[in-house]
Design a protein around this ligand. Structure first.
Ligand SMILES: [Zn+2]
Length: 308
């Protein structure tokens, strides 16, 4: 065998091994730490939830705006590339005479820019726009466009001033606000919501800082009059099984597409896993889990559709 051939063969082999190692690093599962430094102080949250005078909300409703899909391997590191369904919903926290919204979904034009095939319901998004008009306040779990772009479509742009409560980290993420196409006039009209760790915003409703998936991610705790407790975790996980099985997204997705703080989200996974075990009465609600949405509607934790 000529020497040049051996050298080439060796080089190709080394390259293949390097690629395989790189691919494995990008796609392999990574276990969360045994002990987390992220805290969900449930006692304090429960106390805060009853610290605001007034009746607790009577229900939480969910409007389904779109269904898309993502390769399973993008959600569960190391699994197959089979398409996995993702729902896109807006939550409505309801009192007899008023309501708050969690997240705002996105206008239909974003389906194309997401490269997403799937289903989109214009009538549902019209109900979201109408709900934005009447909502007492609007909070978002985080500043990604699939949760925020719905407010960008609201007119007039200044019409949400005083009601759209974006936090300081959310408003500081200018790249995300641009992706969500929030008009400058809207951004200028908003007063940033500033809080340290946790904040009660209504009877039964508490925000909890959770930077990681994005700098402005937060969890939203909601307790209704029937005693049901829910913790809306946005996109910390995309499917409930990720928390139950401690199965995080691959580096390929977190580092190259999301720019996620892996260390922070892995710590949140462990804390949510522990919370689910120690307090199964607190329903951990993830935004995009089709199986969970169906089950929560069946069990009455969520009601299907925004109230007219
Ligand atoms: Zn999302």
């Amino acid at each position: 065998m000529p020497r040049w051939f051996k050298r080439t063969l060796f080089g190709v082999l080394a390259l293949v091994l390097l690629c395989a190692a790189g691919w494995s690093w990008l796609t392999a599962p990574e276990a969360p730490p045994e002990v987390s430094d992220y805290e969900i102080p449930l006692d304090e949250i429960r106390r805060l939830a009853t610290s605001v005078p007034g009746e607790l909300p009577v229900a939480v409703r969910s409007e389904l705006v779109a269904e898309t899909s993502m390769p399973r391997a993008a959600i569960f590191a190391g699994e197959s590339f089979e398409p996995h369904p993702m729902v896109h919903q807006v939550f409505q926290i309801v009192w007899p005479d008023r309501f708050l919204l969690i997240d705002a979904a996105f206008p239909g034009e974003f389906m194309e820019s997401m490269g997403a095939s799937g289903r989109y319901w214009d009538a549902s998004f019209s109900r979201v726009l109408e709900a934005l008009r009447r909502a007492e306040r609007i909070f978002v779990t985080h500043e990604h466009f699939d949760h925020l772009a719905g407010v960008g479509a609201y007119t007039p742009a200044e019409g949400l001033a005083g009601r759209l409560k974006l936090t300081t980290p959310q408003l500081s993420n200018t790249e995300a606000l641009a992706q969500a196409k929030l008009p400058d006039a809207m951004i200028r009209s908003l007063e940033p919501l500033d809080y340290d760790r946790a904040l009660a915003v209504a009877p039964g409703v508490v925000l909890l800082e959770a930077a990681g998936h994005t700098p402005g991610s937060q969890l939203i705790y909601v307790r209704t009059q029937d005693g049901k407790e829910r913790l809306f975790v946005g996109d910390v996980a995309w499917h409930g099984d990720q928390i139950r099985e401690l199965h995080y997204r691959p580096r390929l997705v977190t580092d190259f597409f999301l720019g996620e703080d892996r260390r922070a989200v892995l710590a949140e996974f462990r804390t949510l896993f522990d919370l689910a075990r120690e307090h199964p009465e607190v329903e951990i609600v993830v935004s995009h889990d089709e199986d969970q949405r169906r089950e929560l509607i069946r069990s009455g934790v969520l009601i299907d559709g925004i109230a007219p």
